[in-house]
Design a protein around this ligand. Structure first.
Ligand SMILES: Cc1cc2nc3c(=O)[nH]c(=O)nc-3n(C[C@H](O)[C@H](O)[C@H](O)COP(=O)(O)OP(=O)(O)OC[C@H]3O[C@@H](n4cnc5c(N)ncnc54)[C@H](O)[C@@H]3O)c2cc1C
Length: 466
């Protein structure tokens, strides 16, 4: 169905990008064959590293005419196989388009290229006293283009929302090669259909994002973190609902089980506080006046103790805060160290149902007898469910994972939830999409894809099931 990358294609690509930016070395191609999903691999026929929107426009026009698949790639830190070229063809890397073009202090906007690493945006705007809140745990490695394509969230989403809440303008290249400009430095804009909203979270299947305008807000002056320990997960889950019910919106409420904390200790080679407890909440509070944040901190502490917290550690200095968040951000890597083969789901349920969800997962774990470790953004109802293979036999693992995933999705859907909160559908969850959204919505999705990409050359094999 698709054309292969042959001599003529390579000649075209070399002419357009220059020899140094067209990669054919098998070792290099291997690096672009995967993202962070364990075990999912597909080697591209060629990788090109773009530096201008004109190059991207030309390569898309060419690939569309020749019917060659193109997979856009940011930093390759995705968790749904979105950047894996499952149909072969060209991987179009945006990593070299990594310039911060402007910080506009009059309009509180930043304009960036898609390959900028997310933490670089944080650092640049914070130097100016400004704040870009979305903070995926991968922020030191992932790119802002990947964040927009996945609508990435992060711990601060409880109070500040996710990537889509900050994107005001986009430049993008359609599969035909046409370049479009959407929105601008506009806080409000309802002119026609919300195409910015459509491209955010479209996982590189509708267009390639080449420029992004993000809204900024003033940087909160004071932050306090609380690490709260519980003897059982139930207390931690109850506390999340109780905090929200008291109409308090902390910056973050992250949930971790003991197993994940211990794995982090081992991975980071550091002892972490309160390690004896069964479950933890990591709560961040922020504001502009110290006394306001301290008062909030006291109320939150009271709610925790009302729900059987056994200890609360208050971190109001930068080094202790960093230590706690370093551990939280390292969980995925730490679990990978404990079991290099593992499987992660990214469930979202209404926040008040977190409790019910975790209880059902415990039952699932007892039934299947696999270690299942939960952590995640409990303040958003977003739980990462990790099933570890460890020493279990390969054939049993392959047979059991689709069954466990299917059951996890059933539990989430029955609670009014969904199958992914922030990691995306990508290649790994597409076969569950119809179950998640139903045939009518799936038909609309297919219509949208057909309109943007009638030849299905842009990131085929993602989101929509075959
Ligand atoms: C340890 C770890 C922690 C993580 N924590 C979080 C978290 O807290 N919250 C969260 O939301 N995610 C998290 N993730 C997932 C991941 O980091 C995010 O999905 C991130 O947005 C991926 O960015 P990337 O640049 O690596 O994208 P890639 O993996 O390169 O690509 C992801 C998708 O975006 C598409 N894409 C990339 N760039 C563009 C572009 N310019 N135009 C069009 N499409 C494009 C790709 O085709 C692909 O479908 C985590 C991952 C890891 C490994």
């Amino acid at each position: 169905m698709y054309a292969k990358v042959d001599h003529e294609v390579l000649e075209f690509l070399t002419g357009l990008f220059g020899k140094d930016r067209v990669l054919l070395d098998p070792d290099l191609l291997e690096m672009y064959a995967h993202d962070e999903v364990p075990g999912l691999k597909a080697r591209p026929e060629v990788v090109v590293r773009a530096t201008t929107v004109q190059q991207i426009s030309k390569v898309m026009k060419f690939a569309n005419e020749k019917r060659i698949p193109v997979t856009p790639r940011g930093a390759g830190y995705g968790l749904s196989g979105g950047a894996v070229p499952v149909c072969g063809g060209i991987v179009l890397s945006l990593e070299k388009m990594d310039r911060i073009l402007e910080i506009d202090k009059k309009n509180l906007m930043i304009t960036v290229e898609p390959g900028v690493i997310t933490s670089k945006i944080h650092e640049a705007v914070e130097r100016e006293g400004l704040f870009y809140p979305p903070d995926p745990a991968s922020l030191d490695s992932c790119s802002i283009g990947g964040n927009v394509a996945e609508c990435a969230g992060g711990p601060r989403a409880v109070k500040y929302g996710v990537t889509k809440d900050y994107v005001c303008g986009l430049e993008a290249v359609l599969p035909s090669g046409q370049v479009i400009q959407l929105g601008g430095k506009l806080v409000k804009n309802v002119t026609g259909y919300d195409l910015i909203g459509l491209l955010i979270g479209s996982e590189g299947t509708l267009a390639i994002i080449t420029k992004i305008i993000l809204r900024l807000i003033p940087l909160p002056r004071v932050t306090i973190d609380l690490l709260v320990a519980f003897n059982e997960f139930q207390g931690a889950a109850d506390t999340v609902s109780a905090i929200i019910k008291r109409q308090i919106l902390p910056t973050s409420i992250e949930f971790m089980e003991q197993d994940s904390l211990l794995a982090c200790e081992k991975y980071l080679k550091k002892e972490l506080p309160l390690r004896e407890a069964a479950a933890f909440l990591l709560i961040k509070l922020d504001g502009n006046r110290k006394e306001d944040v301290e008062a909030l901190c006291e109320t939150v502490g009271e709610v925790c103790f009302e729900h059987d917290a056994i200890d609360v550690l208050v971190a109001d200095d930068r080094p202790t805060q960093e230590k706690l968040w370093e551990a939280r951000r390292a969980i995925i890597e730490a679990l990978k160290e404990r079991s290099p083969v593992n499987h992660m789901e990214d469930i979202v349920v209404p926040r008040a149902r977190i409790n019910d969800f975790l209880r059902e997962i415990k039952k699932l774990q007892e039934r299947y007898e696999y270690p299942i470790i939960c952590f995640g953004h409990s303040g958003d109802g977003n739980v990462h469910v990790n099933i570890l293979k460890e020493d279990y036999p390969e054939d049993k693992w392959k047979e059991i994972i689709p069954k466990i995933s299917g059951e996890i999705f059933d539990i989430a859907l029955a609670l009014g939830g969904q199958i992914t909160g922030e990691h995306g559908v990508g290649a790994t969850r597409s076969k569950y999409l119809e179950k998640a959204v139903g045939p009518k919505i799936l038909k609309l999705f297919r219509g949208i894809k057909q309109l943007f990409d009638p030849n299905n050359i842009l990131n085929p094999g993602k989101i929509l099931p075959d």
